[in-house]
Design a protein around this ligand. Structure first.
Ligand code: CTP
Ligand code: CA
Length: 225
């Protein structure tokens, strides 16, 4: 028993992970999206599964594939879809790592037919999406661990800490877009983890699988009573 816990510290733990972008439809052929590859979230899901966790992975449109077996994958397209699946799976989870790049805005109306181009420009009215992570933060029970990401270009730590607090997180992973090689398209990331006690840990530029290992090691610590 003690041996299993050492090798598989997340055995019997259910973890919800989100990954990838969301696509917000404009019409049947066009959408608003972002550059998220999904690599970070898939690496986290693989690492959690390797540590013994029962993983549910809610994935936006991505070409990624899980390398670990037994990950329950739910494919979604829009921010509204992702919200629905997160709400359906958060309550029974011991924790959630929200690494998806959720669209902040979505078209007010989706045209049922392809919008034909005309002379002049085109304006599309957008409305805010629901903040999924903030919604989960409001529903969080004692003992549940909630981890978010922050993507910033400036005032990084100040903005990340504001998100940590306003979304009721146990940890935020700050992704530096400033450093060459870091960001959500490539294979590497440079992160700073900030926990709810505002303890900061900064890491060097690493492969996303190694970054996932660092994040999951901290996640295990946060899960401990
Ligand atoms: N997030 C979310 N739902 C949204 C927008 C963001 O759950 N509608 C989550 C992201 O998955 C991430 C965290 O919130 O874990 C922070 O996302 P980020 O885009 O950095 O911050 P925002 O709060 O959206 O603020 P802004 O984009 O203005 O910096
Ligand atoms: Ca955002």
């Amino acid at each position: 028993e003690a041996d299993i816990k050492q090798k598989l510290p997340l055995i019997n733990k259910k973890v919800l992970v989100t990954a990838g972008p969301t696509y917000e439809a404009i019409d049947p052929v066009r959408f608003i999206g972002n550059h998220s590859s999904g690599k970070m979230g898939f690496a986290i899901a693989d690492e959690l599964a390797a540590l013994g966790a029962d993983v549910t992975l809610v994935a936006g449109p991505t070409a990624q594939q899980s390398r670990q077996r037994g990950i329950r994958r739910i494919d979604v397209t829009s921010a509204a879809d992702m919200l629905r699946e997160c709400l359906a799976n958060f309550d029974s989870a011991d924790g959630c790592i929200m690494s998806s790049a959720v669209a902040d805005y979505t078209p007010v109306e989706v045209s049922t037919q392809k919008i034909k181009k005309q002379d002049g420009g085109l304006s599309i009215e957008l409305k805010k999406t629901t903040d999924i992570l903030k919604t989960l933060g409001q529903q969080k029970r004692a003992g549940q661990v909630l981890v978010g990401f922050a993507l910033e270009t400036n005032n990084e730590e100040e903005y990340a800490i504001a998100k940590l607090k306003s979304k009721n997180l146990d940890m935020i992973v700050l992704n530096s877009l400033n450093d060459a090689g870091a960001g959500f398209k490539g294979d590497t990331n440079k992160i700073t983890m900030i926990d709810s006690a505002l303890v900061k840990t900064t890491f060097g530029l690493k492969n996303k699988n190694e970054v996932a290992r660092d994040i999951c090691a901290k996640f295990i610590q946060l899960l401990k009573p």
